[in-house]
Design a protein around this ligand. Structure first.
Ligand SMILES: Cc1cc2nc3c(=O)[nH]c(=O)nc-3n(C[C@H](O)[C@H](O)[C@H](O)COP(=O)(O)OP(=O)(O)OC[C@H]3O[C@@H](n4cnc5c(N)ncnc54)[C@H](O)[C@@H]3O)c2cc1C
Length: 203
């Protein structure tokens, strides 16, 4: 969305070949919905940037070779003082937390990413200084639809499971599926799943 031609040449080839993955590092322990409240800092030092901070709930952290890291470059400007950078797993000072224990989405690890005086070349900035938050939001415009699809799949799975269970479980001499109160609940679930499917496809 915003990377220079040089960055695209260097990183998108391995990505397209399936040889490397990128993770997206926006969230922090105290910056979830309020992402602009992030504290990770990037300070310019000659031809380099030095990054310090903690990113949390990062999908595929540790598995990815590359990381798009949003960091504050001008603390007075809030969202307009945030810039985006490419950080590599092999950069000195990059490390990862233990995998989070999750209820679902077990196909990918979710970990913290620690940035401890990570020194990267100045040309690893993505776009102009101060445009990182806008890039992060534009990225979400693309990726949130896939999150909707994940949630829809989980909901469909729960409905399918419930439909099986209510026929198998018997009380008062019959399957609980025969009780109207249970039928109401299943009908509501089915309606919501269908509505979510229609909305996801429309988005
Ligand atoms: C499995 C998983 C993978 C993730 N992967 C990534 C990743 O790869 N990269 C990344 O950067 N982040 C990732 N995240 C983090 C995710 O983006 C955050 O969880 C999300 O931004 C919400 O932040 P939070 O969890 O801190 O919730 P909070 O912001 O603490 O919100 C808690 C609750 O408060 C509500 N709330 C918050 N603010 C308001 C308000 N103003 N008005 C009304 N209600 C409000 C929320 O809707 C929610 O119900 C991941 C999270 C999970 C669970």
């Amino acid at each position: 969305l915003s990377g220079s031609e040089e960055l695209k040449k260097k990183y998108l080839g391995p990505l397209a070949k399936g040889d490397a993955m990128f993770s997206y590092c926006l969230s922090e322990p105290d910056a979830g919905s309020d992402a602009a409240g992030m504290k990770t800092r990037a300070v310019r030092d000659g031809d380099h940037w030095i990054l310090n901070g903690v990113k949390r709930w990062i999908t595929n952290a540790g598995a990815s070779d590359y990381y798009t890291v949003m960091a504050v470059t001008d603390p007075d400007k809030r969202s307009k003082g945030i810039s985006a950078f490419v950080v590599e797993k092999s950069d000195e000072g990059v490390s990862f937390g233990a995998p989070e224990k999750k209820l679902g989405i077990k196909g990918s690890p979710t970990r913290e990413v620690y940035l401890d005086n990570v020194r990267i070349p100045a040309d690893r900035i993505i776009g102009e200084e101060g445009t990182g938050f806008a890039t992060a939001m534009k990225t979400l415009d693309h990726t949130r639809i896939t999150i909707a699809a994940q949630a829809l799949g989980v909901a469909q799975g729960a409905l399918d499971y419930a439909k099986g269970y209510v026929q198998e479980r018997k009380q008062f001499g019959k399957p609980i599926a025969d009780f109207q109160g249970i039928q109401f609940m299943l009908a509501d679930m089915a309606m919501k799943v269908e509505a979510a499917r229609a909305l996801t496809y429309q988005a």
